[in-house]
Design a protein around this ligand. Sequence first.
Ligand code: UD1
Length: 354
Amino acid sequence: MKIFSIIGARPQFVKEAIVQNEINKYDEIKEIVVHTGQHYDNNMSDVFFKVLNMKKPDYNLGIKASNHGEMTGKMIIELEKIMIEESPDIVLLYGDTNSTLAGAISASKLKIKIAHVEAGLRQEPKDIPEETNRVLTDRISTYLFAPSDLAIENLDKEGITQGVYFTGDVMYDIFLKMRPRFDYSMMKELSLEKNDYIMMTMHRDFNVDTPEKLEKILKDVNRVSKEIKVVLPIHPRTKKRIEQFGFENLISNIIIIEPIDYLKLMGLTENCFKVITDSGGYQKEAYFSGKQAVIIMPDTGWRELTGCGFNVLTQENKIYDNVMNTNKVDYIENIYGNGKAAEKIISILKEKVI
Ligand code: UD1
């Protein structure tokens, strides 16, 4: 079997790492890995391949992030050429980025079967880019690997029942596998004490691209930072906007660092008090780590965790209140499977795909 895996953005490297590890156990499976180039900085891309022991991609398309249509269009053009040349049995896609959608369209037009890892997530509002990407990808996938029961219900509501499998979440797999290797060195480097700092990440366009919204968020986080340290590994999009809008004064009390690799981020997360984020992946990784996340979003694809109150959604002017709220909700086990999602995914593909 020849699998054609497409990755492009940071969270996809993490997901691919564990699936690749599983694929490597079988001589009869050949994997071609294509990196679209959507994320290209060393600390957003290369470093993940290094610390997660991944093979160098077979192809790197070098299509840097730009306007959505342009980026997705260029990817479709290049992916189609390579798919024709490689003639894979199956195209493997992850999550909800523009690289995911481009891969889905290219494969579908060439009548190559698609397997979607992290199928069935749904989130309001419908017009955010990630929602468009995942809804369209699910629609044309042959195999839909759902990370939770809720994801299966979501697909069911849309009439998608064929080819749907509960696998659990590959991000939980890699979290468990890598936990013994988590890197705690940043604690000392940043003079942090256990349970005495907040970890924050933020990159969504709806939070950072308009000055009014970004200003409100930073003002509220600034209030938080007066009471407890806030560490923010800053995403390039967010950094660019802060500079563009002249908001440097609003972050002077926040500990801003460059984006860090998976092992370092998890090391910091394991010892923090809480997480503030708008990342889909990180809100869940916080939960794996037993840390509650305050999510700067109107809705989330991971509703299991907000439904039970472990994570909370927040408006931009309620971040402080939510972080300071000390209502403790007990950790719920195994919402996202048992750490064997990648194993299940590959065993299903081995059985179903010739
Ligand atoms: C993308 C995904 C999002 C995912 C996130 C993880 C889409 C629509 N969005 O959002 O779902 O949660 O990745 O980070 O696919 N940039 C750099 N260097 C890099 C990467 C990006 O400077 O290595 C800059 C880009 O030039 C661009 C901005 O950051 O200006 C945003 O990058 P982009 O890939 O468009 O979107 P993300 O916000 O990262």
